[in-house]
Design a protein around this ligand. Structure first.
Ligand SMILES: [Zn+2]
Length: 99
């Protein structure tokens, strides 16, 4: 299965494949392709997508020096949902206080 997404305005082809060699995902910023190994584990799949999208976003934002950083990609894949949930919880707190 393939789908196209835009990353900072640049179309990337996201290819969901049955198997990749030694990795769960791969991002080819030169040819604008992302390969994701299919998984029934939704949390694992989400982490792989966040990881590969991080590489592509760094590249398309002009942060070329960070786009191949596995340390940054792993950190974001493991912490982005916690950061997002914390922000949502704070917004909920603000809404509760207004009532
Ligand atoms: Zn990576």
């Amino acid at each position: 299965m393939k789908t196209i997404i835009k990353i900072k305005g640049t179309p990337y082809k996201v290819n969901f494949v049955d198997a990749l060699y030694e990795v769960d995902g791969l991002t080819d910023t030169k040819n604008k392709n992302i390969y994701i190994q299919k998984s029934e584990d939704k949390e694992e799949l989400q982490k792989t997508l966040i990881h590969e999208l991080t590489h592509a976003f760094f590249y398309e934002c002009g942060l070329i020096q960070y786009c191949n950083s596995e340390i940054l990609a792993y950190w974001i894949e493991n912490n982005l949902s916690d950061i997002f949930n914390s922000a949502c919880n704070l917004i909920d707190c603000l809404k509760q206080k207004k009532k």
